[in-house]
Design a protein around this ligand. Structure first.
Ligand code: CDP
Length: 212
């Protein structure tokens, strides 16, 4: 029997990896896991009951109880939850607890996107992509998304979003455990000047060339 197809997609916030992953999952008829949502779910659970975001034991306990089948993307996409997620994501115990469940999800073939999929979660993935875009473009995308979802220009500015995004990039890239970086064999896709359809076609061409 043919080995199941695993596609690993990593990249920083608002690089376009989420939309690209969903399109690829539909195209290849594979299940998709947005691994950011599981870190977000840990952050959300702590925020909801006003618990600190810097207590590794507490966060690990919460991580133990995250149900991968009940991740509510809409509720979890709040900006503050993203910030909380990147704080708990630096904790080795939290990452370790979530690792096996991510591997189990991938085992039968899947598209996974996150920060450490090609490097740690699925180092043997068939296709690895590292999706980037300039910080300015990513901040503009995130800002537009927030306005679209009902935030107003009185309570959020592009400059603040850019500043937060740079802090988060820095935290994600410089943590000791599973930092955000391209796997050695990842294909780099810079979406700064690409719309989603162009990025999708670029990846399909690439997959064709790898003969999968
Ligand atoms: O949607 P956005 O790119 O803003 O963030 P996300 O993918 O939902 O991830 C939120 C945070 O979770 C990131 O800033 C990372 O700190 C963390 N994360 C991680 O450490 N490892 C992953 N595989 C996925 C997310």
């Amino acid at each position: 029997m043919k080995n199941p197809l695993i596609i690993a997609i990593d990249g920083p916030a608002a690089s376009g990896k989420g939309t690209l992953s969903r399109k690829l999952a539909t195209h290849f008829d594979l299940p998709h896991l947005d691994t950011g949502l599981i870190y977000r779910a840990v952050g959300q659970a702590l925020l909801q009951v006003d618990l600190p975001l810097d207590n590794e034991e507490l966060a690990a306990e919460v991580a133990q109880n995250i149900d991968f089948s009940k991740l509510d993307r809409k509720a979890l996409s709040v900006h503050e939850i993203g910030e909380a997620a990147s704080k708990v994501a630096i904790m080795p115990k939290v990452r370790e607890i979530l690792l096996q469940a991510q591997r189990d999800f991938a085992a039968k073939g899947a598209v996974l996107d996150g920060r450490d999929i090609g490097t740690v979660v699925c180092p043997n993935a068939d296709i690895k992509l590292f999706v980037t875009a300039s910080p300015q473009i990513r901040a503009k995308r995130r800002f537009d998304e927030m306005i679209e979802r009902g935030r107003t220009q009185d309570d959020v500015t592009y400059e603040a979003v850019l500043a937060d995004l740079k802090v988060r990039d820095d935290r994600d890239m410089n943590r000791k455990d599973a930092p955000l970086k391209p796997a050695q064999d990842a294909h780099l896709i810079d979406t700064s000047k690409m719309d989603i359809e162009t990025a999708f076609q670029t990846v399909l061409d690439l997959v064709k060339h790898t003969g999968l």
